[in-house]
Design a protein around this ligand. Structure first.
Ligand code: F3S
Ligand code: F3S
Length: 105
């Protein structure tokens, strides 16, 4: 699947949401997360993110490897909702993301 990394934190531009044909990009507290099982690897979201936060999981830069797990962990309690629009914003982030200092411009 594709995955969202640190540049999204506190930016949450959401341009990616419009591009996803299966609505698998979910809003957390400080960033958005791609559902690893619902993503169909179409790649449509990756080029539209203005801060280049989206990567195919194998291409995530090393310093952001923890975000691959974060995009999995975000859904441990949620399961597979089958669509972000109906779920809405979830006020949760994995602990290491919640603990980050304020990010973005
Ligand atoms: Fe985040 Fe970029 Fe989407 S900033 S919300 S991954 S367009
Ligand atoms: Fe969605 Fe395709 Fe990205 S399925 S999360 S737009 S790779």
């Amino acid at each position: 699947p594709y995955t969202i990394a640190e540049p999204c934190v506190d930016v949450l531009d959401k341009a990616c949401i419009e591009e996803c044909p299966v609505d698998c990009i979910y809003e957390g507290g400080r960033m958005l997360y791609i559902h690893p099982d619902e993503c169909v690897d179409c790649g449509a979201c990756e080029p539209v993110c203005p801060v280049e936060a989206i990567f195919y999981e194998d291409d995530v830069p090393d310093q952001w490897n923890a975000y691959v797990s974060a995009n999995v962990d975000f859904f441990v309690d949620l399961g597979s909702p089958g669509g972000a629009a109906k779920l809405g914003k979830v006020d949760y982030d994995p602990p290491f993301i919640k603990a980050l200092p304020p990010m973005g411009e």
